[in-house]
Design a protein around this ligand. Structure first.
Ligand SMILES: [Zn+2]
Length: 295
Protein backbone atom coordinates (compact mmCIF):
# COMPACT_ATOMS: atom_id res chain seq x y z
CA UNK A 1 0.00 0.00 0.00
CA UNK A 2 1.26 3.41 -0.77
CA UNK A 3 2.34 5.74 1.91
CA UNK A 4 -0.20 8.34 2.84
CA UNK A 5 1.47 11.57 2.36
CA UNK A 6 -0.74 14.22 1.00
CA UNK A 7 0.09 17.43 2.62
CA UNK A 8 -3.28 18.87 1.80
CA UNK A 9 -6.86 18.05 2.17
CA UNK A 10 -7.40 17.23 5.75
CA UNK A 11 -10.53 15.47 6.48
CA UNK A 12 -11.71 13.10 9.04
CA UNK A 13 -14.26 10.35 9.33
CA UNK A 14 -16.11 8.47 11.87
CA UNK A 15 -15.83 4.77 11.75
CA UNK A 16 -18.47 3.74 14.09
CA UNK A 17 -19.41 4.19 17.65
CA UNK A 18 -17.84 6.95 19.46
CA UNK A 19 -14.37 7.42 18.18
CA UNK A 20 -13.60 10.20 15.85
CA UNK A 21 -10.73 10.15 13.50
CA UNK A 22 -9.21 12.46 11.04
CA UNK A 23 -8.42 11.07 7.67
CA UNK A 24 -7.22 12.58 4.48
CA UNK A 25 -10.51 11.83 2.91
CA UNK A 26 -12.91 11.89 5.74
CA UNK A 27 -12.56 11.84 9.65
CA UNK A 28 -13.74 8.63 11.05
CA UNK A 29 -15.21 8.07 14.35
CA UNK A 30 -13.76 4.76 15.08
CA UNK A 31 -16.03 2.27 16.45
CA UNK A 32 -16.76 1.29 19.88
CA UNK A 33 -13.85 -0.83 19.27
CA UNK A 34 -13.05 -0.54 22.68
CA UNK A 35 -15.51 -2.29 24.69
CA UNK A 36 -14.74 -2.33 28.34
CA UNK A 37 -11.16 -1.50 28.26
CA UNK A 38 -10.83 -0.43 31.80
CA UNK A 39 -10.19 -2.47 34.84
CA UNK A 40 -12.57 -2.21 37.70
CA UNK A 41 -11.18 -0.47 40.64
CA UNK A 42 -11.43 -3.44 42.90
CA UNK A 43 -10.99 -3.44 46.60
CA UNK A 44 -11.22 0.27 46.81
CA UNK A 45 -7.91 0.79 45.10
CA UNK A 46 -7.57 4.18 43.61
CA UNK A 47 -6.26 4.81 40.14
CA UNK A 48 -7.92 2.36 37.85
CA UNK A 49 -5.70 1.08 35.11
CA UNK A 50 -6.66 0.95 31.49
CA UNK A 51 -5.64 -2.15 29.61
CA UNK A 52 -2.76 -1.26 27.35
CA UNK A 53 -3.81 -3.38 24.41
CA UNK A 54 -4.42 -2.83 20.69
CA UNK A 55 -7.97 -4.08 21.07
CA UNK A 56 -8.63 -1.33 23.58
CA UNK A 57 -7.19 1.32 21.30
CA UNK A 58 -9.14 -0.08 18.38
CA UNK A 59 -7.84 -1.86 15.32
CA UNK A 60 -10.49 -0.93 12.77
CA UNK A 61 -8.28 1.59 11.03
CA UNK A 62 -5.03 -0.36 11.06
CA UNK A 63 -2.49 -2.21 13.13
CA UNK A 64 -1.40 -0.67 16.40
CA UNK A 65 2.37 -0.52 16.76
CA UNK A 66 2.87 1.45 19.92
CA UNK A 67 0.80 2.56 22.87
CA UNK A 68 1.88 5.05 25.51
CA UNK A 69 0.23 5.53 28.85
CA UNK A 70 -0.90 9.03 29.64
CA UNK A 71 -0.84 9.88 33.31
CA UNK A 72 -2.28 13.11 34.63
CA UNK A 73 -2.05 14.73 31.24
CA UNK A 74 1.58 13.73 30.71
CA UNK A 75 2.88 11.23 28.20
CA UNK A 76 4.16 8.27 30.16
CA UNK A 77 5.96 5.07 29.28
CA UNK A 78 5.44 2.85 26.29
CA UNK A 79 3.17 0.06 27.50
CA UNK A 80 2.84 -1.80 24.20
CA UNK A 81 5.18 -2.01 21.20
CA UNK A 82 8.20 0.18 20.87
CA UNK A 83 8.89 3.86 21.05
CA UNK A 84 8.21 5.94 17.90
CA UNK A 85 9.43 9.49 17.54
CA UNK A 86 6.55 10.53 15.33
CA UNK A 87 4.01 9.56 17.97
CA UNK A 88 5.89 11.56 20.57
CA UNK A 89 5.94 14.47 18.14
CA UNK A 90 2.17 14.19 17.90
CA UNK A 91 1.87 14.32 21.65
CA UNK A 92 4.19 17.31 21.86
CA UNK A 93 2.11 19.12 19.23
CA UNK A 94 -0.99 18.42 21.28
CA UNK A 95 0.43 19.33 24.67
CA UNK A 96 1.91 22.53 23.34
CA UNK A 97 -1.51 24.07 22.73
CA UNK A 98 -3.84 22.12 25.03
CA UNK A 99 -4.23 23.49 28.54
CA UNK A 100 -3.15 20.64 30.86
CA UNK A 101 -6.64 20.07 32.22
CA UNK A 102 -7.87 19.37 28.68
CA UNK A 103 -5.66 16.28 28.59
CA UNK A 104 -7.09 14.75 31.77
CA UNK A 105 -9.45 12.47 29.87
CA UNK A 106 -6.76 10.91 27.72
CA UNK A 107 -5.41 7.65 29.08
CA UNK A 108 -3.69 6.16 26.04
CA UNK A 109 -1.84 7.64 23.08
CA UNK A 110 -1.01 5.32 20.22
CA UNK A 111 0.58 4.92 16.82
CA UNK A 112 -1.01 2.85 14.06
CA UNK A 113 -0.54 2.24 10.36
CA UNK A 114 -3.66 3.26 8.53
CA UNK A 115 -5.37 0.85 6.19
CA UNK A 116 -7.34 3.65 4.58
CA UNK A 117 -6.99 7.40 4.62
CA UNK A 118 -7.37 7.88 8.34
CA UNK A 119 -4.52 9.95 9.70
CA UNK A 120 -5.60 9.99 13.34
CA UNK A 121 -8.47 9.02 15.55
CA UNK A 122 -9.78 9.58 19.03
CA UNK A 123 -12.50 8.03 21.10
CA UNK A 124 -13.62 6.70 24.43
CA UNK A 125 -12.19 3.52 25.89
CA UNK A 126 -14.75 3.06 28.61
CA UNK A 127 -18.50 2.96 28.75
CA UNK A 128 -18.84 6.35 30.41
CA UNK A 129 -16.81 8.54 28.06
CA UNK A 130 -14.49 9.46 30.91
CA UNK A 131 -11.36 7.97 29.37
CA UNK A 132 -10.14 8.32 25.84
CA UNK A 133 -7.48 7.21 23.44
CA UNK A 134 -5.92 9.27 20.69
CA UNK A 135 -3.88 7.70 17.91
CA UNK A 136 -1.84 8.91 14.95
CA UNK A 137 -0.93 7.20 11.70
CA UNK A 138 2.77 6.37 11.71
CA UNK A 139 3.11 6.80 7.96
CA UNK A 140 1.63 10.24 7.54
CA UNK A 141 2.14 11.98 10.87
CA UNK A 142 5.70 12.96 10.10
CA UNK A 143 4.98 14.44 6.68
CA UNK A 144 4.01 17.93 7.73
CA UNK A 145 4.40 19.36 11.23
CA UNK A 146 1.63 21.93 10.76
CA UNK A 147 -0.80 19.28 9.53
CA UNK A 148 0.02 17.22 12.58
CA UNK A 149 -0.74 20.21 14.82
CA UNK A 150 -4.09 20.78 13.14
CA UNK A 151 -4.87 17.09 13.33
CA UNK A 152 -4.13 16.87 17.03
CA UNK A 153 -6.33 19.88 17.81
CA UNK A 154 -9.08 18.38 15.65
CA UNK A 155 -8.99 15.08 17.48
CA UNK A 156 -8.89 16.65 20.92
CA UNK A 157 -12.02 18.59 19.98
CA UNK A 158 -13.77 15.25 19.57
CA UNK A 159 -12.64 14.31 23.06
CA UNK A 160 -13.74 17.42 24.92
CA UNK A 161 -17.11 17.48 23.18
CA UNK A 162 -17.96 13.89 24.13
CA UNK A 163 -17.21 13.86 27.86
CA UNK A 164 -20.13 13.32 30.25
CA UNK A 165 -20.53 17.04 30.91
CA UNK A 166 -21.22 17.46 27.18
CA UNK A 167 -22.95 14.32 25.96
CA UNK A 168 -25.74 12.36 27.62
CA UNK A 169 -25.03 8.75 26.75
CA UNK A 170 -28.27 7.55 28.32
CA UNK A 171 -30.46 9.69 26.13
CA UNK A 172 -32.30 8.29 23.18
CA UNK A 173 -32.66 9.57 19.69
CA UNK A 174 -36.42 9.93 20.00
CA UNK A 175 -36.23 12.24 22.98
CA UNK A 176 -33.10 14.17 22.10
CA UNK A 177 -33.90 17.85 21.60
CA UNK A 178 -30.43 18.96 20.61
CA UNK A 179 -28.59 16.54 18.35
CA UNK A 180 -28.13 12.80 18.66
CA UNK A 181 -24.72 11.79 17.36
CA UNK A 182 -25.29 8.06 17.29
CA UNK A 183 -24.08 7.52 20.84
CA UNK A 184 -25.80 10.14 22.88
CA UNK A 185 -27.56 13.46 22.96
CA UNK A 186 -25.62 16.68 23.41
CA UNK A 187 -26.60 18.39 26.62
CA UNK A 188 -28.23 21.80 26.56
CA UNK A 189 -25.48 24.37 26.75
CA UNK A 190 -22.79 21.96 25.60
CA UNK A 191 -20.31 23.09 22.99
CA UNK A 192 -21.89 20.96 20.29
CA UNK A 193 -25.47 21.86 21.15
CA UNK A 194 -24.62 25.55 20.97
CA UNK A 195 -22.61 25.06 17.79
CA UNK A 196 -25.40 23.22 16.04
CA UNK A 197 -28.03 25.69 17.17
CA UNK A 198 -25.96 28.56 15.85
CA UNK A 199 -24.55 27.13 12.66
CA UNK A 200 -26.62 24.19 11.43
CA UNK A 201 -30.08 24.87 10.11
CA UNK A 202 -33.00 22.53 10.63
CA UNK A 203 -32.87 21.82 6.94
CA UNK A 204 -29.21 20.87 7.06
CA UNK A 205 -29.72 18.67 10.09
CA UNK A 206 -32.66 16.96 8.43
CA UNK A 207 -30.43 16.07 5.50
CA UNK A 208 -27.96 14.17 7.70
CA UNK A 209 -28.10 10.43 8.29
CA UNK A 210 -30.34 9.77 11.27
CA UNK A 211 -27.76 7.59 12.97
CA UNK A 212 -25.31 10.41 13.31
CA UNK A 213 -22.80 9.09 10.80
CA UNK A 214 -20.62 11.11 8.48
CA UNK A 215 -22.32 12.21 5.29
CA UNK A 216 -19.58 12.62 2.73
CA UNK A 217 -21.80 13.04 -0.29
CA UNK A 218 -24.03 15.50 1.48
CA UNK A 219 -20.90 17.27 2.65
CA UNK A 220 -19.87 17.92 -0.90
CA UNK A 221 -23.29 19.35 -1.68
CA UNK A 222 -23.46 21.51 1.43
CA UNK A 223 -19.92 22.69 0.89
CA UNK A 224 -20.81 24.16 -2.49
CA UNK A 225 -23.72 26.21 -1.20
CA UNK A 226 -22.61 27.00 2.34
CA UNK A 227 -19.80 29.57 2.56
CA UNK A 228 -19.46 29.07 6.31
CA UNK A 229 -17.74 25.70 6.10
CA UNK A 230 -14.01 25.16 5.79
CA UNK A 231 -14.49 22.41 3.24
CA UNK A 232 -16.44 19.35 2.25
CA UNK A 233 -15.33 17.43 5.27
CA UNK A 234 -16.56 20.10 7.64
CA UNK A 235 -19.89 20.02 5.86
CA UNK A 236 -20.16 16.25 6.26
CA UNK A 237 -21.11 16.38 9.92
CA UNK A 238 -21.61 18.98 12.67
CA UNK A 239 -18.90 17.42 14.83
CA UNK A 240 -16.42 17.48 11.98
CA UNK A 241 -17.41 21.05 11.28
CA UNK A 242 -16.65 21.89 14.91
CA UNK A 243 -13.36 19.98 14.97
CA UNK A 244 -12.10 21.37 11.67
CA UNK A 245 -13.11 24.91 12.57
CA UNK A 246 -11.60 24.59 16.03
CA UNK A 247 -8.24 23.49 14.67
CA UNK A 248 -8.25 26.46 12.30
CA UNK A 249 -9.13 28.77 15.19
CA UNK A 250 -6.39 27.47 17.48
CA UNK A 251 -3.67 28.08 14.94
CA UNK A 252 -5.01 31.32 13.49
CA UNK A 253 -5.57 29.87 10.04
CA UNK A 254 -6.73 32.63 7.72
CA UNK A 255 -10.36 31.92 6.92
CA UNK A 256 -12.91 33.58 4.64
CA UNK A 257 -15.04 36.30 6.28
CA UNK A 258 -18.05 33.98 6.30
CA UNK A 259 -16.29 31.88 8.91
CA UNK A 260 -15.71 34.71 11.34
CA UNK A 261 -18.80 33.87 13.42
CA UNK A 262 -17.41 30.39 13.91
CA UNK A 263 -14.07 31.74 15.01
CA UNK A 264 -15.90 34.13 17.34
CA UNK A 265 -17.76 31.18 18.85
CA UNK A 266 -14.48 29.75 20.13
CA UNK A 267 -13.10 33.12 21.09
CA UNK A 268 -16.08 33.77 23.35
CA UNK A 269 -15.40 30.65 25.40
CA UNK A 270 -12.37 31.11 27.66
CA UNK A 271 -11.57 27.40 27.96
CA UNK A 272 -11.36 27.18 24.17
CA UNK A 273 -9.68 30.53 23.65
CA UNK A 274 -6.97 29.24 25.99
CA UNK A 275 -5.80 26.92 23.21
CA UNK A 276 -5.27 29.82 20.84
CA UNK A 277 -3.48 31.76 23.56
CA UNK A 278 -1.06 28.88 24.01
CA UNK A 279 -0.55 28.51 20.26
CA UNK A 280 0.24 32.21 20.02
CA UNK A 281 2.63 32.01 22.96
CA UNK A 282 4.41 29.12 21.21
CA UNK A 283 4.58 31.14 17.99
CA UNK A 284 2.41 28.66 16.12
CA UNK A 285 -0.10 31.09 14.70
CA UNK A 286 -0.75 31.55 11.01
CA UNK A 287 -0.79 28.01 9.67
CA UNK A 288 -1.76 28.00 5.99
CA UNK A 289 -5.33 27.22 4.99
CA UNK A 290 -4.94 23.82 3.35
CA UNK A 291 -8.34 22.49 4.28
CA UNK A 292 -10.04 20.41 1.66
CA UNK A 293 -12.04 22.46 -0.77
CA UNK A 294 -15.42 21.71 -2.17
CA UNK A 295 -15.64 19.31 -5.05
ZN1 LIG B 1 -12.96 14.34 13.11
Amino acid sequence: MSVLIASLGRVAFRLGPAVAALALVGCSTVGDVVGGGSDESADGESGTAVDCLPIVVGEDTGDIFVIYEVINGQLGDVCFGRQRNVVEDGWDALAEVAPPEQLDHIDLFAGFTSIDTTVAFAGPIDDDNERFVMAVDLNSAGADADELRLTMAHELAHVFTQTPDQLDLDARLATCETYYNGFGCFLEGSFMADWIEQFWSEEQLASLPIKGTIDEEGGEERCVIDPTVLGAYSASHPEEDFAESFSAYVFGVEVPPALEPKMAFFDARPELAAFADRAAAADREGIDNNFDRCG
